[in-house]
Design a protein around this ligand. Structure first.
Ligand SMILES: [Fe+2]
Length: 200
């Protein structure tokens, strides 16, 4: 993916803290902006993994978990229709809708080498880690006759070392994301498998 530097590090307005949208509203936006079913599924998978991580690992309350889920659900919302302006368009749309600045920052920082925005908090760092891993695990599921059934972590770590497999998944991003959090790769892969396998 080409770089689409956003050229700033502040997003949204502090007074909009706590302003979220419902999952139904976010899905409406996706249905309008993302005709590609596979890309929509990718965002739903990242959303499911983000929400589950917030609840299971970060002890998040309902509202915080919704923030994590929304960031996952919307992070690539502008990719299909605005490929040359990816990230800027969805960020500006969420600012126009007065959405919580943390959700917007999370989306803006989900690819620091592309958008030039550093992940700050745990939510930012986890979407960065999960985005590529989720796509990679799904690519691996698609070539298995039984899809997610019986998939094991080792087969994924092995494929990560095979550059020709799902070559579009940037291994450097995964390594960089992991260096910012103190969580083993195997644990993240297992979490992704468990929480996105039933997302349809
Ligand atoms: Fe993504």
């Amino acid at each position: 993916m080409a770089t689409h530097l956003l050229g700033r590090s502040e997003f949204g307005k502090p007074e909009n803290e706590g302003n979220l949208m419902t999952i139904e509203e976010a899905n409406e936006l996706l249905n309008e902006w993302v005709p590609n079913e596979r890309l929509r599924l990718h965002m739903k998978q990242v959303a499911a993994v983000m929400k589950a991580w917030a609840i299971e690992k970060e002890n998040a309350d309902e509202k915080t978990a919704l923030k994590w889920e929304l960031a996952g659900l919307l992070h690539d919302a502008d990719w299909e229709k605005f490929p040359d302006d990816h990230c800027r368009v969805i960020v500006e749309e969420l600012e126009r809708r007065n959405i919580d600045p943390e959700v917007i920052h999370c989306i803006a920082s989900h690819g620091p080498s592309y958008f030039g925005v550093e992940p700050n908090n745990k939510m930012d760092k986890m979407i960065y880690a999960f985005d590529e891993l989720s796509g990679f695990v799904h690519a691996a599921a698609l070539i298995r006759p039984t899809r997610y059934d019986g998939m094991d972590v080792k087969s994924i770590t092995k494929k990560l070392k095979t550059p020709s497999f799902a070559a579009q998944v940037n291994r450097n991003d995964i390594t960089d994301a992991l260096s910012r959090i103190d969580i083993p790769l195997e644990e993240l892969i297992d979490f992704v498998i468990q929480h996105q396998k039933n997302v349809a």
